[in-house]
Each structure stands twice: as structure tokens, then as C-alpha cells.
Design a protein around this ligand. Structure first.
Ligand code: GDP
Length: 440
């Protein structure tokens, strides 16, 4: 995400290397490079110019302390300004009401249906809500099917009326249904068109007037850059929406949409979506995004993701097994599943400061674990629980069963052994010397 922008900004700061203080003269190239980097990331010229003017004023007005270099000071100023440009602080998302009504609008293909599913999942699992998903696309029966598939995955009900061609009535009926079924959030997925279209706009506006939504979220594909911003403007003029959802941030997005939308429509980005898995929805934090753009990583989000997946009971059990030197293949497999639930592996690694840049050209897909998983899946439960019984004959059978080479199985076994030896060593260390926390 935003790799090219990150690199260009880093290059811009290098202009200040070796300078003792910031002056009108030595800052000129940095400012120019920052502006170009923004424009190349598909940020509108006016926004880029205003941004760099502000950065320049701030930099010239700031006293350079001995402790930090002009380059470091510029990074800080740019980080603060990027945060401000994207909305400053995290925006509030209102899901209270009985039921709360969330209207989802956007062009076809922007990711509306996928996002509706993710939002329902988020509200259900993280906010303890009882959502009802509503398929209000009366033109494409396939849209109802798609929403139903997603809803089944997350265990949420869908309201649809296949033969009703009145989207407003469907939305109203859905709200009544929610009341009788005690659902406290209604998420209405509306029809989209490939481009701005009067009929579509009127339909969504009519639904809005009829259901008085708690939130109207405009969903936009971040890969479309300036177009995303123009579409946002058209939808906002008509709907006066309450927030933006940026989708497909997992792709090779340049950053223009994320950086310019708030400025252009004066509405905050509330969520970002990066992937097709139902769990890959994040609340948008401008400051964390700014840090990521500047290659500073996003440790706070990484820790939060880990905490969400953290199951205390399971951790205690695992701790005991490690202490008794009983960590086995099943435990290993369970750990892999937990990591995978946190999201796309490459995205996770990119949250570690400095790592994003290092791995940008390396293909790390979620398939990275596939080989190891296949090997463990080919073991019998007995073998998984007793790694030591796996002899040459068993290894051969496992290799065959998993479609892997004998050398792959050997390599994995060796790594697993090393891991266990390491755990053993840590167990035997005196307290305070690297022992796992909680070990007596
Ligand atoms: P809609 O027409 O607006 O309802 O869009 P869909 O939800 O059907 O999404 C269009 C396509 O984009 C589908 O193939 C989705 O799987 C895909 N998609 C949606 N959100 C994301 C995302 O955050 N990342 C990626 N990579 N693909 C997405």
C-alpha cells in the first residue's frame, strides 16, 4: 500500500541530509519533491500545493532543536500534516438506535456488498450487535445471492424480496422485519451502476428519505484515485453522506483517494477495507495511516489485531504445554490459524516499522503456510500429538499424502525440532533471563 509514495517522500527528506538547520534555500527541493510525490500519488494539484505550503511555513517557523536534525523535523511536520489532511482524529461511527439504519451507497464494483458483509461481521463480533443485512438491489438477482453467501459465512440473516421492484418498500419492510426479530442494526446494500447515473442516485436518495438512516456510508474503490474523489463529490452533493469507506487498500493503491477525499467532501473516512475475507475491515485512524505512509509502520494496530485474536484460556493451556515440553504439531497448526485470522500476512508484516519497504517486492501470500499445513494435515492425530514417533517410514507416507517432497518434510521436522529445543532452553533459564512471562 502506498509504496511508491512512501519511497518518494523518503527521497524528499534526504535532501536535508547534512544540513544543520532549515532555511528557505535548503527546504525548497524537499518541498518540491514532496509536492511531486503527492501529485504522482494522484493527489489533486491544489491539495498538494496547499499541503506543501503549510509544511513549508511550519518548517520555517519551527526552532530546530539540537537533538533532532532538520530531516527528522520535516518527517514529523509531514506526518502531522498528513494526519490532519486525512481528518485528524478517528471519526465516530454511530450504530445506536432501535434499529440503527446504515445505508450503503457507491458505484457497482466498488465493494459495497463485500463491505456490507464485513460491517455486519464487525458489528456482530466486536460491538455485540444483532445485524440484519438487506439486499436492496432490484436489478441484479445475483447481488442477492452474493449477499446471502457472505451472510451465511458470518452467521447473519439477510432480508430480500426477489419479486419486489420497489427498493424503497424493500428497505421499509426490512426495518419492520428487524423490529419484529429484535435486530438492532439494519444494513441496506443498495444497487450501484458502473458510473454516476440519475436513476441510481434518485433511488438511493428516495431510500434515504424513507428510512432516515443513522449513517450513510459511501463506498469507494481506492484504486481509482482522482475518480474516487470525483465520484465521492457527486454522491455527497446528492446524499450528504456521513462517512467514506475506502476499499481495496490491499492492492497497489497510490494513495490519492485516501489523501484527498476528506479535504474534498469534508466527510471523514470511517472504515478501510483490505481484502475479501470478512475479517479484513478496519476502523480508519488518520494518524496511523500517516505513519504507515511514512514507513514508520503501525505497531499499535498490529498489537490490537493480536489482542483481538488472543484467547486467554488457550494461551494458558499452550503455556503449560510449552513448560512441559509438550508443544506438538496440533499446537503449531492452531497457532498458524490464529495468525491467519489476523489478516493478510504481508499487510501484517508491513505494520512493523521498516519492514514494509523491505518486503514490498517479495511475494508473501497467505499461501505461504499451505505447504506446512498440508504436511501437518497428512499426519495422524497420534503423530501430531507425539512428534517423536515420526520415523522414516511415517515421513515417507506424510510426504506422499501432502504432495510434498521428502526433503520438504525433513526440513519442516528439523525446524520444528529447533523450535522445541529453543522453547526448552527458555524454560530452563533462570527467572528474568528470557523466560516466558508467567513461568514459575
Ligand atoms: P459492489 O458491486 O459494490 O457490491 O462490489 P462487490 O462487493 O461485489 O465487490 C466487487 C469485487 O471487488 C468483488 O470481486 C470483491 O471480491 C472485490 N473486493 C471487494 N472489496 C475488496 C477489498 O477490500 N480488497 C480486494 N482485493 N477486493 C475486494
Amino acid at each position: 500500500m502506498f509504496n511508491s509514495l512512501s519511497e518518494r517522500l523518503e527521497g524528499a527528506f534526504k535532501n536535508l541530509k547534512g544540513e544543520a538547520k532549515i532555511s528557505d534555500l535548503n527546504i525548497a527541493n524537499t518541498v518540491k519533491d514532496i509536492r511531486r510525490a503527492l501529485i504522482d500519488a494522484d493527489v489533486n494539484y491544489k491539495i498538494a500545493k496547499e499541503f506543501t505550503d503549510k509544511v513549508k511555513d511550519k518548517a520555517l517557523g519551527e526552532k530546530v532543536l539540537n537533538a533532532i536534525s532538520p530531516g527528522q523535523l520535516m518527517v514529523k511536520i509531514v506526518r502531522d500534516e498528513l494526519t490532519e489532511l486525512m481528518g485528524g482524529t478517528e471519526a465516530n461511527f454511530n450504530s445506536s438506535g432501535n434499529p440503527a439504519v446504515i445505508l450503503i451507497a457507491g458505484l457497482q464494483g466498488s465493494g459495497k456488498t463485500t463491505f456490507s458483509g464485513k460491517l455486519a461481521n464487525y458489528l456482530k463480533t466486536k460491538k455485540g450487535k444483532a445485524p440484519l443485512l438487506v439486499a436492496a438491489d432490484i436489478y441484479r438477482p445475483a447481488a442477492i445471492d452474493q449477499l446471502t453467501v457472505l451472510a451465511n459465512q458470518i452467521g447473519v440473516e439477510v432480508y430480500a424480496e426477489r419479486d419486489n421492484k420497489d427498493a424503497v418498500a424493500i428497505a421499509q419492510n426490512a426495518i419492520n422485519e428487524a423490529k419484529t426479530k429484535n435486530k438492532n442494526v439494519v444494513i441496506i446494500d443498495t444497487a450501484g451502476r458502473l458510473a454516476i447515473d440519475e436513476t441510481m442516485m434518485t433511488e438511493v436518495a428516495n431510500i434515504k428519505n424513507a428510512v432516515n438512516p443513522t449513517e450513510i456510508l459511501f463506498v469507494v474503490d481506492s484504486m481509482t484515485g482522482q475518480d474516487a474523489v470525483n465520484t465521492a463529490k457527486a454522491f455527497n452533493d446528492r446524499l450528504n453522506f456521513s462517512g467514506v469507506v475506502l476499499t481495496k487498500l490491499d492492492g497497489d493503491t497510490r494513495g490519492g483517494a485516501a489523501l484527498s477525499i476528506k479535504y474534498t467532501v469534508q466527510k471523514p473516512i470511517k472504515f478501510v477495507s483490505s481484502g475479501e475475507k470478512m475479517e479484513t475491515l478496519d476502523v480508519f485512524y488518520p494518524d496511523r495511516m500517516a505513519q504507515r505512509i511514512l514507513g514508520m509502520g503501525d505497531i499499535v494496530s498490529l498489537v490490537e489485531k493480536a489482542q483481538e485474536q488472543f484467547d486467554e484460556e488457550q494461551a494458558k493451556k499452550l503455556e503449560k504445554k510449552i513448560r512441559r515440553n509438550q508443544f506438538d504439531f496440533q499446537d503449531f497448526l492452531d497457532q498458524l490459524q490464529q495468525i491467519k485470522k489476523m489478516g493478510n500476512l504481508k499487510d501484517l508484516m508491513a505494520m512493523i516499522p521498516g519492514v514494509g519497504k523491505a518486503i514490498k517486492d517479495i511475494d508473501i501470500s497467505d499461501d505461504a503456510f499451505k505447504g506446512v499445513e498440508a504436511i501437518i494435515h497428512s499426519m495422524t492425530p497420534q503423530e501430531r500429538a507425539n512428534p517423536d514417533i515420526i520415523d522414516q517410514r511415517r515421513k515417507m507416507r506424510i510426504a506422499k499424502g501432502s504432495g510434498k517432497q521428502m526433503s520438504d518434510v525433513n526440513a519442516f521436522m528439523k525446524q520444528f525440532d529447533q523450535m522445541r529445543s529453543m522453547m526448552k532452553m527458555m524454560n530452563n533459564m533462570p527467572a528474568g533471563m528470557g523466560r516466558m512471562p508467567g513461568f514459575k
